[in-house]
Design a protein around this ligand. Sequence first.
Ligand SMILES: [Zn+2]
Length: 931
Amino acid sequence: MGVWKLTEFDLAKFEEEAHEEWTHAFESNPSKLEKFYLTVAYPYPSGAMHVGHGRTYIVPDVVARFWRMRGKQVLFPMAFHVTGAPVVGISKRIANKDPKTIHLYRDLYKVPQNVLDEFTNPLTIVRHFAAEYQRVMTACGLSIDWRRKFITVDPTYSKFIEWQWKHLYEAGHVIKGAHPVRYCTVDDNPVGDHDLLEGDKAEVIKFTLVMFRYGDAFIPTATLRPETIHGVTNLWANPCVTYVRAIVDGKAWIVSKEAAEKLALQDHTVELREEIPGSDLIDKKVSHPLCGEVPILPAEFVDPDMASGVVMSVPAHAPFDYIALRDLQEKGKYKDIKPIPLIKVEGYGEVPAQYAVEKAGIKNQMDSRMDALTQEIYSAEFSKGKLFEKYGGKPVRVARDEVATLMIEKYDSKVMYEFDIRPVICRCGNRVKVKILHDQWFLKYSDPEWKKQVSDHLRDMALVPPEVRLEFDRTVDWLKDWACTRRVGLGTRFPWDTTQLIEPLSDSTIYMAYYTIAHRIREIDPVFLTPEVFDYIFLGKKSPDLPEKKKLDAMREEFLYWYPYNYRFSAKDLISNHLTFQIFHHVTVFPKDKLPLGMVVFGMGLLNGAKMSSSKGNVFLLEDAVEEFGADTVRMFLMGSAEPWQDFDWRNELVLSTKKQIERFYNTVMEIKDADGEPHDIDRWLISRLQSHITRTTDALTNFQTRQALQEAYFGIETDLKWYRRRLPENSDGSRELHTLCSVWTRLLSPFIPFTGEHLWKELAGEGLVSFASWPVADDALVNEKIELAEELLSRTVEDIESIRKLIQIKPKSITISLAPEWKWEVFSLIAKSGDRNTVIKEIMKIEAMRQRGKEATDAAKQCTTLIHRLPPNVVEPLSREPVNERAVFEDAQAFLEQEFGVPVHITDAESSCHAKAVTALPFKPSIIIE
Ligand SMILES: [Zn+2]
C-alpha cells in the first residue's frame, strides 16, 4: 500500500516524551464541569510493588482517563498507609540481621545496602517505599494528582483522625470492655488481618467446656453441642500427646499442654503440675452427672492444639465419633459400646450419624466428605431436631442454651474460646491464640442500630460486580466488635488512652474526604487544627474564633465539590473488613448527601497460575515488568486478560504477544493515517462499523469492563480494517476517511495505552494532549445498516467458499453462487419475528402457498430456524424486516470475488439452477458450487 513514512515503534521513547508533558497535567481543581471522584485503597508501602498491585491501580487509572476524556473533572489521588505494627517488626528483624528478611529486601526488592542499613528505623522503611511507589506508579502512567499525597503519620492527618474518632465516640460506637481477640504473645499485641501469615479467615468460636470427673481432677472437653451430653458413650484422648495436670482457678484439670497455655490467656490462673502421657489416660473411666461413667478411648485424630485436647464422643449424632468407634470395633475392641441417640430428627432414622454415614457409603475417617456430613447433621438437628421426651422434649435450638447454662451453674462448666480454623500464624511466625483482653477499646460494630444504618445505605450504593452485594450484606450481618487499638506500631494516639494507638483498619475509613483538602490543610499549623476546624470544613458547622477562615473556606469549597466520592476500588478480600468498615464510619460522620456512591471490587492476581505472594517470593515486580515490556504493554495486558473482578494470570509469553499487538496498532495507524484517496462504498461500511465500536467501547468502560472495551476498541477495529483493505479496489491506498478512523481509534485506546496514544496523537496532528482530547461520540447519521448487511453477507460467503475449497481439494475452475428464492425469505422473516419458534412451523404451514410446497417448505423452515440461531441477533433483526437484495450485493462484488479466488464467479437463482445442491440455498446463506 504505497510508500509509508515510518517512525519506529519505541515504547521507551514514547514514555519519556509523555512524562515530560504530564508532570502537572493531572492536578485537578474544582471547576464548572461535573466532577468524577474515584479512589483506590492506599497502599501500605513496606515492600516493592508487584504486577498484582499494578492492576489494582491501573484499573482506576483507565476509568479516570476515560471520564476525563468524556469531559468530567476527574480526581484520582493517592496516599500511603503506614500505620500499624508490621513495619516495626520488619525494622526489628533487619536490626537483628534476620537472614530471610534481609534476603527479601536486598535481593527481591533490590534495596541498596546503604539504604537497607537505615531500615532499623521503621519510618525510613515507609518513606523509602512510599517514594518508590510514587516513582513506579508514575512510570505506569497513573494520572494521579500528587499534590494531595500524604502519609498516615503526618501530624495533620492525626488531627483529622482525632476529629473522626470524636464523632464515633459521641455516637456511642467506641466502647471499652473485655473481649476475646486474636493475640500474638511474642508481639504482646492483638493481631489484625494484615498481621497474619496464615488463617485470616479464622473466627473466634465460643465453646462450652463439659467437666468430666477423673479421680480428684476434672477432664474438660470442649463442645458446641452441650445438649448431646446425654448421648456421650466415651471420651477421646490422643495416646501420642503429652497432657498436663494443672491447677486452674484452684482446681485440678487435665488438659493438653497447649490448652494450659491458652487457658492462662482467657482469665484463668493456671499453675502447671506434672506431665501425663496420653497413653496413661486410655481405658480409664470418667464420669459426669448427666451421662454417668464412661471410658476414655484412644484416638490419634484428637488435636492437642484444639481447645482442651480431649473431646467427648457422641456416636449417635456425630459422624466422626460414629466412624472412629466403628473402626475400633471392627478391630474387635470396645464391642459393648452402642450409640445412644437422644435427638429425633425427621429423615435421619433412629441413629442419625449412623444413618448418614451408611447412606453416603463412607468407608473410614479419612473420607473427604466427613466435614460436609458433620455440618449437614449439625444443621438438620439444630433447625428441626427435638430432644427425646426423657431428656425434656425441647427443640435442639432451645435445649442447647439451656443445657449450657445449667452446666455452668451446676456442673462446673466454663467457656473457652478457640479458632474455627487452625493454624492462625502471625507475621512474626508465632502461633496466634485467643486472649481475653480487658480495658480493650472496641468499635461496636455489633450494634444493630449501626448495622441498620449501613445496610440502608448499602442498598443505595452501586456495587460492581453486582454479585458482591451478598457478601457485603453478610459482612454487615456477622461483624462483631472490633478491637481498635494497639500498643505497638505507628499511628495516631488514641484520644482517651494515649498509651494506645488507633490500629490500621480503623484509621483508614474516611480519608477519601481528607484527599479533598490534603494539599491545602498542610498550610495550617497542626496546633490550630481543632475538631471545630474540621467540623466547619466537612460539616459546615460554624463556631467562633476559627483560625485562617479564608483557607478553611477554600477547603470547604473543595470538599463540597468533590464529595461524596463516586467510586472506591479495592480487592475482594477487603470486603470483610475495610470496604465495609468505611461505610460504618461514613454513616456516622457525614450527612446523607455526602455518603459514598459506589464500589468496584477486584479479583486476585496469579503468577503463572499460582497466587501472588510477596512473603512466598512468588511475585514479578511491577517496575521490572515496565522495564522489560513497556508500561503500555503491562497496562494493556492487565486490562485485557480479564475483567477487573475476575482473577488474572500473569504469564510472560502472553505479555509479549500484547506488546506485538500494540506495535501492530502503531504501525497500522502510521501506515494509513495519511491516505488521501476518494471514499468508496467500503469506506461508508468502515465508518458505519466504527460507530458501533465507539458505542460498545463506551458502554463497556462505563460499566468498568476493561476487557470487553479492549475487545471492541482493539480487535473489533483491527478486524474491520483487515476486511476493508481486502475490499479496496486495486491500486488504492484507502481514502481520507482513514484519518478519521485513526483519530477515533487512538482516542479509544488511549486510556489503556496512554504513552503510545500521546505519541500517535501528535503524529495525527491532534490538539493538545490525547489525555484531555474529547472521547469519540457515535454518530447515528453515519450508520448504514444496508451496507453493513451487504458486507456481512459477502464476508460470510467468502468464508464459506474458503472452507469448501479446503474441503474438496481440487483446483477450481469456477464458482457458482446460487441465491435463495423469495418464498424462503418469507419463511425466514416469519420465524425471525415469531416469539415462539416451536409453533411457528405449524403457523407457516397454514399458509396455502406454503402448504402446496409440502416437505420442501417444512425443510426450509427447519433450516431457517437453525440458521437464525447461528446468526448474531443484530443481523437477524434487520433481515426479519427487509430482505437483502443478494443479487445486487454479489454482482457489485463479482470483480472482487474473481480477484480473490482467481476463477470466474457466476451468480444464479437457486430455483432456475439445474444443480442438485442449489436447492440448499437459504436467505443470507447462498449455496456454493465449486467446479
Ligand atoms: Zn507476632
